[in-house]
Design a protein around this ligand. Structure first.
Ligand SMILES: Cc1ncc(C[n+]2csc(CCOP(=O)(O)OP(=O)(O)O)c2C)c(N)n1
Length: 289
């Protein structure tokens, strides 16, 4: 008789197991991103008591609720402003925003560009499945031209956002893109942003087999993995202007931007110090932990 060896999933300690089973469909990529994120938390050796995670609404927005961290599941599009408040009230926190392309760039689009412009010390992880998945597969600002959605039955005719390019232009200090096929590289990027200050942005292309791939006759989850494998080109430092996505074209992935810019709180503190002189120490003690 063989002794039973308990099988422990290394990600399990990071999950709120009382919330399982999760809502994600078979072959959805969001769970893969969570696995990479949990590994990044382990590898970065960050103090988990100092990590907060904020999500908006959507399938991707469920991540905060499933992670055993200080988590906030906020209203649609408002993860970034919520995270901004959290960071300004307690600058010693690592504040992570984890949400979908629709939540962050449609209803939340205004907030994210200004957070990047200010170079707020936030880590934004955007799961991009190219549609609004939770509400039934409507067109998002990331839907490629000609792709079919519930609200574009004749094919999307609007140009889509090139998210890395938008984030770089707005002022992000760190910009990377991976797909759910690139689990090692994604984990490395997620680990790296815990060592960076300023606005960090990672886009992850992720399949929605139920609503995007099926409607567009792009096969199942496995076919999407094959597409990611075959058509992705890793080019670190590539100009983000070349990172636009098309329905079945090449996918440029890699770390595109990694630059030093004074972050929002440093600039604010510098200005206050210059104006208040010795009184600044008093104010700092009152406002920052
Ligand atoms: C104010 C408001 N408007 C609309 C909705 C409906 N709604 C819920 S999730 C969602 C889109 C989410 O898309 P995305 O962020 O891409 O997440 P996904 O579900 O694809 O992961 C919308 C429009 C809402 N909850 N609140």
């Amino acid at each position: 008789m063989t002794a039973e060896i308990p099988v422990i999933n290394p990600v399990e300690p990071f999950l709120r197991m009382d919330r399982m089973p999760h809502i994600w469909c078979p072959a959805c990529g969001i769970g893969t991103t969570v696995n990479c994120f949990a590994r990044a938390l382990l590898e970065s050796k960050v103090n988990l008591d100092r990590v907060s995670i904020v999500s908006g609404i959507g399938c991707s927005g469920r991540v905060a609720g499933y992670l055993r961290l200080d988590s906030f599941h906020t209203t649609h599009g408002r993860a970034v402003p919520f995270a901004t408040g959290l960071k300004l009230a307690n600058p010693s926190l690592h504040v992570v925003v984890y949400s979908g392309d629709g939540d962050l760039f449609a209803i939340g689009g205004n907030h994210i560009i200004h957070a990047a412009r200010r170079n707020l010390d936030l880590k934004v992880i955007c799961v991009n499945n190219l549609v609004y998945a939770m509400t039934g597969g409507q067109t998002a600002p990331t839907t490629p031209v000609t792709a079919l959605t519930t609200t574009a039955p004749y094919g999307c005719h609007e140009p889509s956002f090139n998210l890395p390019n938008l984030m770089e232009a707005a002022g992000a200090a760190y910009v990377a893109r991976w797909t759910t096929f690139h689990v090692r590289q994604l984990t490395r990027s997620m680990t790296e942003i815990f060592q960076r200050r300023g606005f960090c942005f990672i886009e992850i292309l992720s399949p929605c087999p139920t609503l995007y791939q099926r409607r567009n006759r792009l096969g199942d989850g496995l076919d999407t993995m094959k597409y990611y494998k075959q058509r992705s080109k890793v080019r670190h430092g590539a100009p983000t202007s070349e990172a636009a996505l098309t329905k079945e074209g090449e996918i440029l992935v890699g770390k595109f931007v990694d630059r030093e810019r004074p972050d929002y709180l440093d600039v604010l503190r510098g200005q206050m110090q210059a104006q208040l002189g010795e009184r600044y120490v008093e104010v700092e003690a009152l406002t920052c932990r």
